[in-house]
Design a protein around this ligand. Structure first.
Ligand code: MIC
Ligand code: SF4
Length: 639
């Protein structure tokens, strides 16, 4: 039987296991990427492993999340990242060069290669035919050490695209359509693989918008074929040698098949506060808009910003709207400048920000109190913008540009002028000279650590028996932004676990940290899809530091589940979902872990009830938890 694209890449990189959905597999990793906010922890962990050089074909360290440098902490982190990269053989991308996923797509990602990154939007590189996955920093550290990456073999879903987008519909609307159809948990345990005649109507950056936001579906990753458009993109980047053709075998079999008619897709918009609360823009006509933010790893490419520039050219933005643009990379910025597209934006009243994540992770650009912000980003979780009561909508750059002009959402049927069909140029200006490549001889490189770089805390093994109070009970779809907020103040503490732990659940329950400290240990009770969103392992490390030993939920998001395990927190699942209702905050539960088996069930004793819970752990995962985390296990084995 034939293979799909993802199956082919996995087969070529397979170290252990079989291509059977649901089974644990191990694959060799060719490339890794990190960004600053998760990178410091990843490199501290890499250093703890004790190797002299990274073992991958290519590892890149990007600085794009926090570049505000308010005080010494953040610049100290940057300096640590720069010197660590030089010491261990990584490419370093200095602050302001661009957003990790956009830069990686343009400069390094290759069809057929495997990539893991300590950022949940790493699947962006699926747009060029890479098998790219988000992971916790520790998993990335181990991949840099040459260890295979362990994952559950996903189900492969064939997304057959037919026809072509019409009018003002764009790639963003395709992924919003899929979010409306499948929801934020609809992709858990799956890879979406795109095929069909509609694929060739999409350029690589448009494909990357779709694979990027596959993260919001909960997918392991998404992937497009590598075809003539991929070759054209690589040629324009001067990277023709990185091209290989990739397509599914005609007789490939899939676990599920979905057909999407691109001609039926209209401009869509995700409403507060979840990326799957999608409506047609036309339905929301008349909604007043206070802010428009254009950029992020989803929609900051050359064509995205060019379309905005053409819409705003010769016009003025609405006087009551604050419009912010952050280009995805200096390459994009250069192309806008070379084509005289920057002045039309500035003349229209737009504010130009650095080529970084910026407002997407709450690094400035917060909306007004209760304000409505239309953003071309991928996440609109409550409070993520930095304004707790703001209402954030997610839309395409085109929809955002019209909102900027009109000061409100309007029916696309009324939009003028019609946009010409936009094409990628045949040659992009190179910005490769802006990356810092590692020196041949690293003997003189000194790793510089400021006082904010605090060594990792030590964690003890799982006890055989323990009584734990419920420290907090939360609902469905809790994101890692709920567990640990973004923003400049908190993100500056990413390399200091004791300090950052003070912010755990700070936006959800101000008493959480106090309660955790009072009991010194405990459990978190969650609903469905607990830990969706970001890959930040601090959302596991922080709770672990505060004494959390177990998270009991209805279901878990993939990356967060892996992070919990990596730091020795036991993820348990309700056998009977109604039992969720029984549990109360501060109630004491007794756990006996002696007979805990991979995939088995466990009885927990409360004061008034006896609950049965399950685990879906593999033998290896349980071994990690019993050791008190993966670093302990690796160290024990080496000793
Ligand atoms: C995000 O979009 O939430 C982030 C910020 O990029 C995170 C990583 C982080 O928290 O550092 C992600 O998506 O993994
Ligand atoms: Fe940066 Fe936002 Fe993309 Fe995360 S989602 S990598 S914060 S631009």
């Amino acid at each position: 039987m034939g293979l799909s694209i993802a199956q082919k890449i996995i087969k070529q990189h397979l170290v252990k296991g079989d291509l059977i959905p649901g089974e644990e597999i191990e694959i060799k990793i060719d490339q890794t990427l990190t960004q600053d906010a998760t990178g410091t922890m990843a490199y501290l962990q890499f250093e703890a492993i004790g190797l002299k050089k990274v073992q991958t074909e290519l590892s890149v360290s990007y600085v794009d999340h926090n570049t505000l440098q308010m005080g010494f902490r953040n610049p100290d982190d940057h300096q640590y990242l720069r010197t660590v990269a030089a010491k261990y053989g990584l490419v370093f991308s200095p602050p302001g060069t661009g957003i990790c996923h956009q830069l990686h797509l343009e400069n390094f990602a290759c069809p057929g290669k495997t990539l893991i990154g300590s950022d949940s939007h790493t699947p962006t590189a699926g747009g060029i035919g890479s098998l790219a996955m988000g992971a916790g920093g520790l998993s990335v550290a181990l991949a840099m050490a040459g260890e295979p990456y362990t994952l559950t073999m996903p189900k492969i879903v064939k997304i057959y695209l037919k026809n072509q987008l019409q009018g003002f519909a764009s790639a963003k609307d395709i992924i919003l359509y899929l979010l409306q159809k499948f929801s934020v948990k609809g992709g858990v345990g799956k890879i979406f693989e795109y095929t069909g005649p509609g694929v060739k109507t999409l350029s690589v950056p448009e494909r990357a918008t779709i694979t990027n936001m596959g993260a919001e579906l909960g997918l392991t990753t998404s992937i497009f074929p590598s075809d003539e458009n991929t070759l054209a993109f690589l040629k324009a980047m001067g990277r023709e040698k990185d091209f290989i053709p990739l397509e599914a075998d005609p007789d490939a079999s899939y676990d599920q098949e979905v057909e999407i008619d691109l001609a039926q897709i209209e401009p869509l918009i995700a409403t507060p506060h979840m990326p799957d609360k999608v409506k047609a823009v036309s339905e929301l006509a008349g909604t007043k808009v206070n802010q428009v933010a254009i950029g992020s790893c989803t929609n900051s490419s050359y064509l995205d910003l060019k379309s905005v520039a053409l819409i705003l050219k010769g016009k003025k933005i609405h006087p009551e709207v604050d419009v912010l643009i952050s280009p995805g990379s200096k390459q994009v910025l250069k192309m806008l400048m070379d084509e005289d597209l920057l002045w039309p934006l500035l003349d229209a009243g737009v504010r130009l920000l650095e080529c970084t994540c910026g407002p997407c992770i709450g690094m400035g650009g917060s909306p007004t109190s209760g304000g409505i912000s239309v953003r071309t980003f991928n996440r609109n979780f409550e409070g993520r913008s930095g304004t707790q009561d703001a209402r954030v909508y997610l839309a395409s750059p085109i929809t955002a540009a019209f909102a900027a002009l009109k000061g409100e959402l309007t029916d696309p049927a009324t939009w003028e002028p019609p946009l010409p069909a936009l094409k990628l140029p045949e040659k992009f200006p190179s910005i490769r000279h802006l990356f810092i490549f590692p020196p041949e001889d690293n003997s003189r490189v000194e790793i510089l650590r400021g006082p904010n770089i605090v060594p990792l805390p030590q964690f003890d093994p799982l006890p055989e028996e323990i009584s734990l109070p419920v420290l907090i009970k939360v609902g469905d779809n809790i994101t890692t932004d709920h567990i640990l907020p973004g923003g400049a103040e908190v993100t500056a503490l990413r390399s200091n676990i004791p300090a950052i732990s003070e912010y755990i659940f700070s936006r959800v329950d101000k008493e959480f940290v106090k309660r955790a400290k009072k009991h010194n240990q405990g459990i978190i009770v969650g609903g469905e899809n607990y830990g969706q969103g970001s890959s930040r392992e601090h959302a596991a490390l922080g709770p672990r530091y505060l004494g959390v030993r177990v998270v009991l939920a209805k279901s878990f998001a993939r990356i967060h589940r892996a992070n919990l395990i990596n730091f020795g927190i036991l993820p348990l699942i309700f056998k009977n979902k109604q039992d969720y209702e029984l549990l109360k905050e501060e109630e004491l539960l007794h756990f006996d872990f002696k007979d805990l088996n991979p995939g088995g069930s466990l009885k927990i004793k409360g004061k008034e009830h006896l609950l049965e819970v399950e685990n879906d752990l593999t033998a290896k995962e349980l071994e990690i938890i019993r050791a008190g985390g993966l670093l302990n296990l690796v160290k024990n084995k080496r000793a």
